[in-house]
Design a protein around this ligand. Structure first.
Ligand code: SF4
Length: 372
């Protein structure tokens, strides 16, 4: 078993670009929700884990006693070895000395914080709760408290963002002495307020050239700072890759607890929990898992393998592809890869296919050519 993901679907307010399952329900829902997570854990009964990830939503909104209860329920069912990676996501606005004190009493050893931008106008447009200064203070508080393993998130392609601004943000975050950075291109997800603003002509998608220039700058600045580019959107100093996220990209089994979370058995079955807090709690109070399972076809499994592996710096292992999917799929993969190898966008080293730097910029096109 690789890891457990716990989804905390509570946010104080909703950011305009977000399509994650989260609600603005009042704090009274926290306690019954966490009790339901304990019941789900009992039913799913993991044996041992290598990582635990408390994500959301906004887990830093949990009241101290609820956070403690969550960890006591988890530790009752699954032992956390001292080297287990235990991550919690935080909103900079929630990072206070009191929150840090609470955290010290838990097994958390890694914090992931959504900074997104260091421009207050952009943060306001996105309806993020925090300001750039608040994010800077949160980083200081976390580091002063001795938490070294800190990951920050940035977004590029934001409305009103320039290359200079984005590069400045990357430089500043790297100068803070963090060991992990994730940076994502803004997506206009259907039915989000951001997409509606786009339909009304109030915001536009960033020009492709600008997004590529931002990504290029990100690659250069992180490399200069000694970061390994280990996944398309993820950069880490040696020894600080996210163990939890890496397991998603390598097809290891995981358990997702909480409303809207999903689990994977590591073979071919994925199960999805309902995206409804009240149904989630109710179902577990009757001892029933609030989920439905999906059996992935051989074709879907092949596509996932290609998509996820090519995103990583380890690349796609052709020998594993042959072993798991047979000579026909292996030959198909090589045939589709060939034009990209000749064009310098993919590199074949022994039995491994990896994106080259020029391939990283058109990774979606390459992957879509290589899947079925
Ligand atoms: S805080 Fe995170 S989960 Fe909540 S709405 Fe904003 S981006 Fe989505």
């Amino acid at each position: 078993m690789a890891g457990i993901y716990v989804h905390i679907p509570f946010c104080r307010s909703r950011c305009i670009y977000c399509d994650f399952f989260s609600t603005t329900l009042p704090p009274t829902w926290q306690e019954p929700y966490v009790e339901a997570i304990g019941r789900e854990l009992e039913l799913r009964a993991p044996k041992a884990i290598s990582s635990l990830y408390i994500g959301g939503g906004t887990p830093s909104l949990l009241a101290p006693e609820v956070l403690h209860r969550l960890f006591s329920l988890i530790e009752r069912h699954v032992p956390l070895a001292p080297d287990t990676e235990v991550t919690i996501e935080a909103n900079p606005d929630d990072v206070t000395p009191t929150w840090i004190e609470t955290l010290r009493e838990t097994p958390v050893n890694r914090i992931s914080m959504g900074v997104q931008s260091l421009d207050d106008n952009i943060l306001r447009t996105l309806r993020r709760r925090h300001t750039a200064d608040k994010a800077r203070q949160a980083v200081s508080l976390i580091q002063e408290a001795g938490y070294v393993n800190l990951s920050l998130d940035l977004i590029y392609g934001l409305p009103g963002q320039t290359l200079q601004q984005f590069s400045h943000d990357v430089r500043e975050l790297l100068s803070l002495g963090i060991p992990h950075l994730s940076a994502y291109a803004l997506q206009f997800e259907p039915d989000t307020p951001l997409s509606q603003m786009k339909e009304r002509g109030e915001v536009g998608e960033a020009d492709e050239e600008l997004s590529l220039a931002c990504y290029e700058s990100l690659l250069d600045l992180t490399a200069k700072a000694g970061f390994e580019h280990y996944e398309i959107s993820n950069f880490a100093l040696p020894g600080f890759r996210s163990r939890h996220n890496s397991s998603y990209w390598t097809g290891v089994p995981y358990i997702g607890l909480g409303a809207g979370a999903h689990s994977y058995d590591g073979v071919s079955t994925r199960s999805y929990n309902v995206e409804d807090i009240s149904r989630y709690i109710q179902s577990l109070s009757h001892g029933t898992l609030p989920s439905y399972a999906e059996h992935l076809s051989e074709e879907e499994l092949y596509n996932e393998r290609v998509m996820l592996s090519l995103r990583t710096s380890e690349g796609l292992s052709l020998s594993s592809l042959l072993r798991d999917f047979g000579p026909q799929r292996h030959a198909y993969c090589l045939r589709m890869a060939q034009p990209h190898i000749l064009g310098g966008r993919l590199k074949k080293t022994g039995e491994t296919l990896c994106l080259t730097r020029s391939g990283l910029f058109v990774s979606d096109d390459i992957i879509s050519d290589m899947i079925i």
